[in-house]
Design a protein around this ligand. Sequence first.
Ligand SMILES: C[S@@+](CC[C@H](N)C(=O)[O-])C[C@H]1O[C@@H](n2cnc3c(N)ncnc32)[C@H](O)[C@@H]1O
Length: 224
Amino acid sequence: MARGRYLGRIPLRSLPPEQAERYLLQWHPRRLALEPGSFPLLTSQAIFGNELPLEVEIGAGTGEFAASLAAADPAANVLAIELSNRSAHWAAWLAAESGLPNLKVLRADFKLLGPMLPTAAWRRAYLHFPDPQHKPADAKRIIFNQAFLDAMAGSLQPGGELSVVSDAPGFFMQMLELAEGDGRFAKAHPERYLEGYEPEVKSRFQQIWERKQRTPRQFVLKRI
Ligand SMILES: C[S@@+](CC[C@H](N)C(=O)[O-])C[C@H]1O[C@@H](n2cnc3c(N)ncnc32)[C@H](O)[C@@H]1O
């Protein structure tokens, strides 16, 4: 997580081994780099063993939003991808506590998952409250860039959607402008972007920024 946005250390929530096995996948960066062929594709069949539609949250943090998606739609699978060990464990603990059969947490760097991305397989992807860039050194941590749009164009099914939400106005506009220049997507709404975001369950970061009176903005892209 970018410095300056670090708002307290997340306690490590350990899971009993059988729960960890069921809810938490941990893909080590070194193995991802050296043996990409030994990992499964990020599809419902490979990760959940069924053919339900797949929704993916990238940078899922402690997983409140992903858990709410899974609880709201038992006829879909939700994969929460998260880089931080503590956050991923928290999210997996939440999944286990809720007993959701259709939610799994993948602890991995999304930027290393290129070889595991499927073609036209995801119903929805979410990038909510991604870390913004504060200084030039943060640039390598930015998830939303041309490579990310290429990944979404490949993995979303036709008509599939990508939701992007941010509380940081300048950063939000940068992402929006990049998205608007990409002819593989259309907006899923007539407005240029949506002011405010009111999901059933708000993520940890949405709650934090709203307490600081920062109104989130959202845009939703539809894969053409
Ligand atoms: C500001 S937090 C937002 C978390 C969550 N979406 C929320 O709204 O509470 C950004 C999250 O993205 C994760 N992240 C950053 N880079 C990542 C990457 N390359 N792959 C996966 N997760 C990443 C961070 O660890 C952090 O948990």
